[in-house]
Design a protein around this ligand. Structure first.
Ligand code: KG4
Ligand code: ZN
Length: 437
């Protein structure tokens, strides 16, 4: 007998359970039941399961459409990914020089059904096998969110399944708990194309903001920088995200070649600002274009040094504000002294230079450092399904009633929790000595 997919095992077990429950009534099915039970013992041997309880897993379908990725995935309560599908609109938006929301919306509409069906098929499941449907409903691009929210709700209502509305940034923050035992409370640094947040994750429903960006997000600054550097004209980088292309080029550049200002140096808080760094980059590029007489789509010669210096400046700002957040946490006693954890997630957390710098900060300050693998840092359906699973297990934020599901609306903006910035500022938080990386 061939090995079963996880999903097929769940389906088989559920059927078995159903037959057991109704055995008295469904006499003709009895043969089928004993056949299934025989098959199951073989399945258990093949899959090295020891007890049948290992089969009885809850499964959640997750749907993500908050920006330019249409994602879907099925995960079980152990954090195993049973099936995943992702359609990226990245190459289309690159041609337009940025995301055009109505274009993103149409592409989500065109792809969502296929992506969801693909994830289910890979898991070997059908909708009736799913315990709940989790969908990103906030924050993000309104037109993109509208597609997933509508589709997830319709799916849940038509299949009679519970619906779990998901906050995109909470999902980024909790992805790490799929594979690692990271207990609440912990500090999270969320770095993406739309957000930059330093938050304490106290529980699934209790988040405290220690710092956030007052203008651009780091991914946004990297993407706009890459566009101004015309990196898409270099063939090997033409399909990469701006941040990824800058990371590649920076690897062989000198991070001290060009000076950037230190953002927010006057402020004794943990807020971020990236627009000043981005504008300084633009000025450096214009100066170099003039100096080297670079025209049209051509690239400035010291491209590696420029990328390395910009990446260094972004990283320095991230490390410094996080270090200040750690000082604030100590002053206010917000994390257990013997088990302080920093989790870093979101698309920009794919960057190995930034990861290494934050790892160094953690080594120096006695924090444990955790970061999901790069494919789970960028947007995906897995993190949404997992956040749904966490909520299903904790019995919080799960909607069962038709009228409650129908009432869910998407929100393009939605603060993740209570903002402690004023308290940070009132204490005049600063670091005695900056950690070097
Ligand atoms: O979390 P994400 O996939 O989407 C949002 O929710 O925004 O993050 C996308 C961002 C983009 O700005 C992209 O340039 C950045 O993540 N990114 C990177 C890297 N890979 C993706 N930034 C720096 N280094 C990378 N290797
Ligand atoms: Zn994201």
């Amino acid at each position: 007998m061939a090995a079963f997919k996880h999903g097929q095992i769940y389906a088989l077990l559920r059927y078995c359970r159903l037959l057991k429950n109704t055995r008295g009534i469904l006499k003709p099915e009895f043969h089928c039941l004993s056949y299934l039970q025989r098959s199951l013992s073989e399945v258990m041997q093949i899959n090295h399961f020891h007890t049948s309880s290992e089969f009885y897993r809850q499964v959640v379908l997750g749907i993500e459409t908050s920006c330019d990725d249409t994602g879907a995935a099925v995960v079980d309560d152990t954090g195993a990914v049973l099936g995943e599908a992702l359609h990226s609109q990245h190459s289309v938006h690159l041609k337009h020089g940025g995301i055009i929301p109505p274009v993103a919306q149409v592409m989500h509409q065109q792809n969502i059904k296929g992506v969801v069906n693909d994830a289910l098929e890979k898991a070997g499941l059908v909708l009736t096998d799913i315990d709940a449907i989790a969908t990103t409903v906030k924050p993000g691009l309104a037109l993109s969110l509208s597609v997933g929210t509508h589709y997830g709700k319709i799916l849940a209502l038509s299949a009679g399944k519970p619906f779990i509305p998901i906050h995109h940034m909470e999902a980024h923050a909790l992805t790490i708990r799929m594979a690692h035992k990271v207990e609440f409370p912990f500090l999270v640094l969320l770095l993406s194309g739309g957000h930059c947040l330093l938050v304490i994750a106290n529980s699934l429903d209790h988040w405290s903001i220690i710092g956030q960006t007052i203008d651009d997000a780091p991914g946004e600054a990297l993407d706009k920088g890459a566009r101004r550097l015309k990196l898409r004209n270099i063939r090997e980088f033409s399909s990469m995200s701006g941040g990824q292309a800058i990371e590649y080029l920076a690897a062989t550049g000198n991070p001290r070649a060009y000076e950037f200002p230190t953002p927010m140096w006057k402020y004794r808080d943990c807020s971020f600002s990236f627009s000043g760094l981005k504008n300084s980059l633009f000025k450096i590029i214009s100066r170099l274009e003039e100096k080297y007489e670079v025209e049209g789509g051509n690239i400035i010669p010291p491209i590696n040094d420029v990328c390395a210096s910009f990446q260094y400046a972004v990283t320095k700002h991230l490390v410094r504000q996080t270090q200040k957040a750690m000082v604030y946490i100590d002053v206010r006693d917000l994390l257990p002294k013997t088990n302080k954890i920093l989790v870093v997630s979101g698309g920009v957390a794919c960057n190995h230079y930034i990861r290494r710098a934050l790892q160094k900060l953690c080594d120096t300050t006695g924090y444990q450092f955790h970061c999901p693998p790069p494919n789970l840092c960028t947007d995906n359906g897995i993190m949404i399904a997992w956040n749904g699973m966490e909520r299903l297990k904790a019995k919080t934020g799960v909607l069962y009633k038709k009228e409650d599901i129908e009432a869910v609306v998407y929100q393009s903006k939605c603060q993740i929790g209570t903002d402690l910035t004023d308290d940070v500022r009132s204490l005049g938080i600063h670091a005695q000595k900056w950690v070097k990386f």
